[in-house]
Ligand binder design. Structure first.
Ligand SMILES: N[C@@H](CCC(=O)N[C@@H](CS)C(=O)NCC(=O)O)C(=O)O
Length: 236
């Protein structure tokens, strides 16, 4: 039986949730309350890094969202989400990595610094540039195709498709990116996307949460040091 440890709004867990749905696999969800449950010994025994997502498959445990997606693809290839042709594969990997390494930190900094004065303006400017650059790149990569790697839904949609269709909820308009807008609408209409849809209240909660994230991180760093060192002490 497949088990996914997740949190509903988690940007890293949602692609795994979507992949399980798109592959039509039976699975159970275990919610983790990220206000502290991730540092409890029971969860650190599941993932010593205290993060969701975690996937368990018949006793085999995988952490790190991209590793989990690759595992699911190799283990359950029936509904294929990863092309093998070189250029299509490169497109998928570019979209996955740019989403997590450029778009996500850009959006995060826009949210955190949105109302800060001059001292944060270069951070804000850089964040805007990262978001815009990624969206422009994605817009041109889509060209006239239905999906990033052609006419087949892939892990590029699974990863970018949990963030790009939501950027307007996070304060970034998609009106300058008509292809991305069409692509987003198409994804949001799919049953799997509808199943993981967050309500307006959940998005607004998420926005509020992201804005205070640097303070939370500071506290969590200490919690993590304490929790992980205790865990190591217990296991040595
Ligand atoms: N690189 C990891 C990142 C996972 C991650 O940061 N997950 C967040 C939720 S979006 C988390 O569990 N945060 C809890 C914490 O930082 O204490 C992945 O891709 O799975």
């Amino acid at each position: 039986m497949l088990t996914l440890y997740y949190a509903r709004p988690s940007i890293y867990a949602r692609p795994v949730w979507l992949a399980l749905l798109e592959k039509q696999l039976p699975f159970q969800l275990i919610p983790v309350n990220l206000s502290g449950q991730q540092f409890e010994p029971e969860f650190l025994a599941v993932n010593p890094f205290g993060h969701v997502p975690v996937l368990e498959d018949d006793g085999f445990r995988v952490i790190e969202s991209l590793a989990i997606l690759d595992y699911l693809e190799a283990r359950y290839p029936e509904v294929a989400l990863l092309p093998t042709e070189a250029t299509a594969l490169a497109r998928v990997r570019m979209v996955q990595l740019l989403t997590l390494n450029e778009l996500l930190p850009g959006i995060f900094n826009l949210l955190v610094h949105h109302d800060k004065a001059a001292e944060a303006s270069s951070t804000l400017e850089y964040a805007q540039l990262r978001v815009r650059n990624t969206l422009v790149f994605f817009e041109s990569l889509l060209a006239d195709s239905q999906y990033f790697a052609g006419e087949q839904l892939t892990l590029a949609e699974i990863v970018a498709g949990t963030l790009v269709p939501q950027v307007s909820d996070l304060g970034v308009s998609l009106t300058d990116y008509p292809r991305l807008q069409r692509w987003s609408e198409q994804l949001l209409a799919r049953p799997a996307w509808q199943q993981i849809q967050l309500s307006a209240a959940e998005w607004s909660n998420f926005r509020r949460h992201m804005r205070v994230m640097p303070k939370i991180w500071q506290r969590r760093r200490q919690q993590r040091v304490t929790a992980i060192s205790q865990q190591q002490f217990l296991t040595t």
